[in-house]
Design a protein. Structure first.
Length: 425
């Protein structure tokens, strides 16, 4: 998206409380179909789904309820589909109770439909209740939605082969549906099978080009680059109030050095929800890059006021203190951040680099050693270890660490590392 287009979206968000005149691609056509055939439940389902995807939940519920009311009990099978979509809209709002009510209504329409049981399983998955979801699915039979829900539940139980089998079964039932590819791709990425995850997510985005969630998940797992930007921009275009996509877009822009674009994306996220910790953190990240550590500290504290256990906010606070030269305060926050999230190697890498800058070389080596021990394939950890060793005069060990950084995973500046290696004595 060009800079002017980004600014236009941000301006739209700033002057309206809801994305009422966003360019959601599927809504106009779906609305036209409802006007042409107001009694067609499939048209109502399509419009309700399009509105939900665009983040317009109240409008989605209104249309789906209108469609359900128009059936007046004489088309129970169609009513089931409408109530399932109502449940999904509540799920999108994280309202378990209302979602389950809609699922139970769907069951009642036909005396306990397969679709109703699969719907209830989807609702259970909102709270990661895999066991409850699988129990519900015993009454769902072999249906597309049931198999997708089964795959998700098995993935929560880390039963990789069984989860994949359920998703593949769903793909065989409905080969042109995106959902099993989306959830399988998301799962593969979450357990480190990034290439397989990206392949499935690309397939999901191809099968359903207007789905903002597929684009967001793809942009989230792609390495920072134009492909990730394109996916995230499409996600925010399809759903202008997709806060997570705006946050990730700002992060990717920062990684690419597109600070002005990052500033706009971060501001959009904060406008959507000023009580979201991740929005405050990314605004603080932009402030830090802009050379405003006090503003970053303020945003970190705002994030912690929303979510006291936010490791990202603690890391931002640590980086801001380090930027100001307050290394003791920074180290306290680095330790707190790592205590909250021991799966994030960035905390140890940032702590290492802060210690190198402050001349705390013993601490730098300690943090870097922990990073390379706990994350033995993470390239940035070895790059930071190389910096610590080089600063401490251990050129031979630094060179070995830099070699491992070039062979590892994760974002490293290979050219910069080779330059450092050339400068070692």
């Amino acid at each position: 998206m060009m800079r002017s287009a980004r600014i236009s979206v941000l301006f739209s968000l700033a002057i309206v409380a809801t994305p009422a005149f966003a360019q959601e691609s599927a809504i106009d056509g779906a609305r036209g179909a409802v006007r042409a055939h107001p009694g067609d439940p499939s048209a109502s389902v399509a419009l309700g789904r399009a509105l939900r995807r665009a983040g317009r939940f109240a409008d989605s519920l209104a249309e789906l309820r209108r469609g359900a009311a128009s059936l007046a009990g004489h088309q129970p099978d169609a009513a089931v589909k409408l109530h399932v979509e109502i449940a999904r809209t509540y799920i999108a709002q994280r309202d378990f109770s209302q979602a389950m009510v809609a699922c139970r209504v769907a069951m009642a329409q036909t005396g306990g439909s397969n679709e109703g049981h699969a719907c209830a399983a989807e609702a259970d998955l909102l709270w990661r209740r895999a066991t409850d979801a699988l129990a519900e699915l015993q009454g769902a039979g072999r249906t597309f939605d049931g198999k997708v829900a089964e795959g998700r539940a098995l993935a929560l139980q880390t039963k990789d082969a069984q989860a994949e089998a359920a998703f593949r079964d769903a793909m065989s039932i409905e080969p042109n549906r995106a959902e099993p590819h989306l959830y399988l791709g998301e799962y593969w990425a979450s357990i480190g099978k990034t290439d397989q995850g990206i392949a499935e997510l690309k397939r999901a985005a191809l099968l359903d080009p207007s789905d903002p969630e597929a684009e967001y998940q793809l942009g989230r797992v792609l390495p920072a680059g134009q492909d990730a930007v394109n996916a995230l921009e499409k996600a925010t275009h399809e759903r202008p109030n997709h806060l997570d996509a705006w946050v990730k877009l700002a992060e990717v822009d920062l990684a690419l050095g597109k600070n002005e674009n990052a500033r706009g994306a971060a501001a959009s996220a904060l406008h959507i929800n000023g009580q979201d910790a991740s929005a405050h953190v990314v605004v603080g990240r932009v402030a830090l890059v802009d050379g405003k550590p006090d503003d970053a500290i303020r945003e970190a504290r705002a994030a912690l006021g929303v979510l006291a256990t936010s490791a990202a906010a603690k890391l931002l606070l640590a980086d801001a203190y380090a930027n100001k030269g307050d290394i003791d305060l920074a180290l306290e926050q680095y330790q707190a951040a790592y205590g909250l999230d021991r799966q994030n190697p960035d905390v140890l890498v940032h702590a290492t680099l802060a210690c190198v800058k402050a001349g705390r070389l013993t601490s730098a080596r300690a943090y870097a050693t922990t990073a390379t021990h706990d994350f033995p394939t993470w390239g940035p950890g070895f790059a930071a270890l190389g910096d610590a060793l080089a600063a401490d005069g251990d050129s031979s060990s630094a060179r070995a660490a830099y070699d491992k950084a070039l062979q590892g995973r994760g974002p490293v500046d290979a050219a910069a590392i080779r330059t450092k290696m050339a400068g070692l004595h």
